[in-house]
Ligand binder design. Structure first.
Ligand SMILES: Cc1cc2nc3c(=O)[nH]c(=O)nc-3n(C[C@H](O)[C@H](O)[C@H](O)COP(=O)(O)OP(=O)(O)OC[C@H]3O[C@@H](n4cnc5c(N)ncnc54)[C@H](O)[C@@H]3O)c2cc1C
Length: 397
């Protein structure tokens, strides 16, 4: 056993040092006395700010600018185990990493979503994964010399993290083609497994995003489920027997919960962790799950989208509630489903979708029109996140 708190305090185990894990660990450290231990488990030493991958792919950022050592984002006094978590015992609030077992008084699972391009035959070898730094960099290099042909952006499943991202990618690629003076010789099409863009946000937001695509002459083909990609023929095959041809393919892969979470029996029927929608507690007392690893059903029948903005706010709520219980003062907070999301469209402009995703009977979300100001807000957010972590960015209402 690696861990008995000799200081007479309690121990919080934070699994995952991505957006949710960073926020929950910092907030716990800020709110708890030093006798309490906060331990983060993360398999990578470098944190990449995923929203900036979209700028990476059009060459507006260098990789070194959007990644930073995890240690730089964590407050002093947080312990970090740089190793993969390979076992979780939720009942005992115990985990193992690098052969050592750790037991906690609270456990926060923030392990995100795994990308699984291999689930679609041919996909991985045929195209560029928009959701990894390697994929974005390789696509950037190809775009630099791409002057003529068919570019296709594809979503392999209807649900994926950051529902705006493939739409932003298509519009940024369009912008890049204009910058490279080849727009007239290039067609850009988005083939989507989902029936409409950002569907959980409602029909007005979907229509707004579709209008943006139309303005840029990007073809949109929703509701098509890819079953296979034929790399030799450069052809995508869909479940309804239709197909699409491409010269350059960029894709959003299927997602799944990390194996260690599945093996722990934490996932439900949908393959993700079920939690209380307000407290983020799982069915095991003292065990919480936040961010992409969870699935929170909404009354309208679809789950809350996976997004950093929700991981961030959920982390604040969970940290506050753990600290409140351990400190024995204050009152508990609820996660209320509010969030906002930038929609980058190129030309230094971005729109913002924001509202209450827990509103009944359907989320109340508005898309604010793209502007330079909104783009600069995202730039500012990126700078603050990467340079000095915004602990209380989402100021308590
Ligand atoms: C291209 C792109 C653009 C995006 N844009 C936006 C945006 O504009 N706005 C927005 O809100 N969201 C955006 N997102 C989504 C956002 O990045 C995710 O929703 C967010 O990172 C989820 O946070 P998380 O903490 O749940 O998971 P993550 O940030 O993915 O963190 C999970 C961490 O767990 C670690 N891990 C996994 N398994 C193990 C293990 N066994 N042991 C140890 N560590 C492990 C991983 O290495 C990772 O660091 C974007 C995503 C992409 C890909």
């Amino acid at each position: 056993m690696g861990d008995e708190n000799a200081r007479g305090g309690k121990t919080a185990l934070v699994l995952g040092g991505g957006i949710g894990g960073i926020v929950v660990a910092n907030e716990l450290r800020r709110q708890l006395a030093s006798k309490h231990r906060v331990i983060v488990f993360e398999r990578t030493q470098q944190h990449v700010f995923a929203p900036s991958l979209l700028w990476l792919l059009i060459g507006d950022r260098q990789l070194d600018f959007i990644r930073t050592p995890l240690s730089r984002l964590l407050h002093a006094g947080i312990e970090v185990v740089y190793a993969g978590v390979d076992r979780i015992d939720a009942q005992q609030r115990e985990v193992s990493a690098a052969g050592i077992a750790y037991r906690g008084d609270a456990l926060v699972v923030a392990l995100g979503a795994e990308l699984a391009p291999q689930r679609v035959p041919g996909l991985q070898a045929a195209g560029y994964n928009l959701y990894t730094a390697e994929g974005a960099l390789a696509l950037r290099d190809v775009l630099r010399s791409f002057r003529k042909g068919r570019i296709v952006v594809l979503t392999a499943t209807p649900a994926y993290k950051c529902p705006a991202a493939p739409y932003e990618a298509a519009m940024l690629i369009e912008y890049e083609c204009r910058r490279n003076r080849c727009r007239n010789d290039v067609t850009i099409d988005l083939y989507a497994a989902e029936p409409a863009p950002m569907g959980v946000a409602g029909p007005a937001v979907s229509a707004g995003v579709q209008a943006l695509l139309q303005d840029k002459s990007i073809g949109y083909h929703p509701g098509l489920q890819v079953i296979e990609v034929d790399r030799e023929a450069r052809r995508i095959l869909f479940a309804d027997n239709s197909s699409a041809e491409y010269d350059l393919l960029a894709y959003v892969p299927p997602h799944r919960a990390p194996d260690v979470v599945v093996d722990a029996g934490l996932t439900g029927e949908g393959g993700w962790v079920s939690v209380d929608r307000h407290t983020l507690e799982t069915s095991h007392p003292g065990v919480y799950a936040i961010g992409d690893v969870t699935s929170i059903p909404l009354t309208m029948g679809k789950p809350l989208p996976k997004a950093g903005v929700f991981a961030h706010r959920q982390a604040e709520v969970v940290a506050h509630n753990i600290a409140q219980a351990w400190n024995g003062r204050g009152s508990a907070l609820n996660f209320d489903g509010h969030g906002l999301c930038f929609v980058e469209i190129g030309d230094g402009q971005a729109g913002i979708g924001s509202g209450n995703f827990y509103a009944e009977p359907v989320p109340a979300v508005k898309l604010r029109r793209p502007s330079r100001y909104r783009h600069l807000l995202k730039v500012l957010f990126e700078r603050i996140w990467l340079r000095r972590f915004p602990m209380t960015w989402f100021v308590r209402r």
